[in-house]
Design a protein around this ligand. Sequence first.
Ligand code: SIN
Length: 291
Amino acid sequence: MHISGIIGFAERMIATTNPEFIMTKKIKVRRLSETIGAEVDDINLSQLNPSESNQLLEALKVHHVLFFRKQNLNSATLWKLASKLGRPTEYPFLKGTSVFPEIVELIKRPEDTENFGGVWHSDTSYLRTPSMGALLYAIETPEIGGDTIFTNMHEVLDSLSLGMQKMLSELYAINVSDKKGLTKIRPSSGASAFSASHPAVRTHPETGRKLLYVNRAHTVSFENMTVAESKPLLHFLFERTEDPRFSYRFKWSPGCLAFWDNRACQHFPFNDYQGSQRRMLRVSLEGCKPF
Ligand code: SIN
């Protein structure tokens, strides 16, 4: 072999076996819309290395929700993945698997009429420390329907007038787990209801960017205001949140995974696949107290 061939061969060997090289390989992040969402290609989530985990967390700060296709995960590998991206935490109203209490199976059978979380929300905003984000992995998806839509709450806030933003920045919002009309989509595990007050405009702890933090599923009123007084303003803010300008709609297929940041976005799963089955694995990541 010519000397340059030998050097090339040696370089390739080092590149594929040297952890230094693997650590610095750049992940491929493809933006999906102007406001929110990116797809990450050519990555094996069951074998994520520390550099890839860090790059995904950086990409999440920019895109707020990341999507992956053609993955092959189970409860154990999903838990392992989640623990590389944060700290898995139990979901208050759902029982996890016996081995991994943080992993829940979300299944909507053909005969079920309600879907889990079927109202616009940011997860567990009724807790003192709501979850930072979640990973949702598709095992079985309907041929048509069952999409999830994600919206950028930084953009929603920025779309409001400066006067409205200033007023909201002085308000605290009350969030509850048992808001009227939501019992069907939040099956109870016997736990009692939760309630927490958080700034209506919170700050993302890593980017420092402000976002609107009220949601249709859990926010009932503002502090020092009655429910009736809060209602018109909340109604206006919920409508603004659901404006399609700020969102991206994701079509699932088996093997897809979404990783979202509750400190930047809200989501809404469509319930438009009556008669079909949808089966997902879900894990939440621990978050901090909103400020
Ligand atoms: C959820 O709110 O975690 C469920 C989202 C989905 O099923 O698409």
